[in-house]
Design a protein around this ligand. Structure first.
Ligand code: AMP
Length: 322
């Protein structure tokens, strides 16, 4: 039996389903989580379906979370979307359900759960949920809101169909979702627009970015700088992709200082594979988009030197910038 069939048959045997996603949610985490929740609510109205995981950090135009008590997990099926490792699941009670299903598109470094469906070729976990719907058209009922959420997740993780993971499958599933009644241009705008203070921080990124001759680049946001701009950690999401617009830049890191003085590291690349580097610094992610942590400025420097080395060997092999 293929995994998708096993998943739908498992879903059909449970009357209570609790759906989780990762911490610091992005549009794909919420899109896949709540898109699936809405799809299941419409398809199986007799079941109890919950979406949990705490605050959605500025993405409440997509969805809001529900509260569930500890005893609700008894006898429940738990589904976790878009989350590679168990420690990153938002709300660790996920493991107290009767059965856990992992659905994800990150490298399967930690195959937690009783059933695991991982597709690293999918642009987004939302694309996987849309593909799941397409596999079982007689059992799963799409709604306009589920389509909006899944479309939003795809738009978020592909940078509006720009990044290399955007395939013909991505586009054709997105086209099917667009046949539902939701305002896609409003959604695109909600996902990509930013407050003025973040726009000003973008100016800082473009002004201050350090880049070497092989296209390695870095920007550091100290606590003081974030306070000066009035920007929170989660609000830095809108500026992470900006260095990719610069012709001379190949791979980059944005180091965001945390209240305890350590740094959240947001890594992106147009070529060199960066997720192995991320794993060596308490992180992980996709080959071209990863996250990690640096304890102090010495580790920031170490990570930057590793990015420089990756860019140097990439340039040596590929001759010129993309
Ligand atoms: P971010 O820069 O936080 O948007 O993260 C980019 C990608 O890296 C996402 O796919 C995350 O799931 C992944 N990622 C970020 N931080 C971590 C971490 N600490 N451990 C594992 N994966 C991470």
């Amino acid at each position: 039996m293929n995994i998708q069939l096993e998943i739908i048959e498992t879903i059909e045997t449970y009357s209570k389903i609790i759906i989780h996603r990762h911490m610091r949610p992005d549009p794909d985490a919420l899109g896949s989580q709540v898109g699936l929740a809405e799809l299941l609510r419409a398809s199986y109205p007799e079941k109890e379906i919950y979406q949990v995981g705490g605050p959605v950090e500025g993405l409440d135009f997509l969805a809001e979370m529900q509260e569930v008590s500890n005893d609700m997990y008894q006898g429940a099926l738990v589904i976790v979307t878009d989350t590679a490792n168990a420690p990153r699941v938002s709300d660790q009670r996920f493991s107290t359900g009767q059965k856990v299903i992992k659905i994800d598109h990150h490298p399967n470094d930690e195959p937690y759960g009783d059933l695991v469906w991982v597709d690293t070729n999918a642009s987004s976990c939302s694309e996987m949920i849309a593909a799941f719907w397409q596999l079982f058209p007689n059992r799963l009922q799409m709604t306009s809101n589920a389509a909006r959420l899944l479309y939003g997740g795809i738009v978020g993780d592909t940078g509006r169909f720009l990044y290399p993971a955007t395939s013909s499958t991505t586009l054709s599933l997105a086209a099917k979702l667009r046949t539902f009644n939701f305002d896609a241009s409003k959604l695109n705008r909600q996902i990509s627009q930013m407050p003025l203070k973040v726009a000003r921080l973008s100016g800082y990124v473009y002004q201050q970015i350090d880049a070497d001759k092989n296209g390695a680049a870095k920007v550091i946001f100290s606590k003081e700088l974030m306070a000066q701009y009035g920007v929170s950690d989660s609000e830095t999401a809108s500026v992470v992709s900006l260095p990719g617009n610069i012709e001379e830049i190949l791979a980059w890191a944005i180091f965001v200082q945390q209240p305890d003085g350590s740094y959240r590291v947001r890594l992106r690349s147009k070529g060199p594979i960066i997720n192995e580097l991320a794993k060596q610094h308490h992180g992980g992610g996709h080959p071209l988009a990863s996250g990690a942590n640096a304890a102090d400025l010495a580790e920031v420097q170490e990570i930057y030197q590793e990015i420089q080395a990756l860019c140097q060997s990439y340039m040596a092999e590929n001759g010129k910038m993309l």
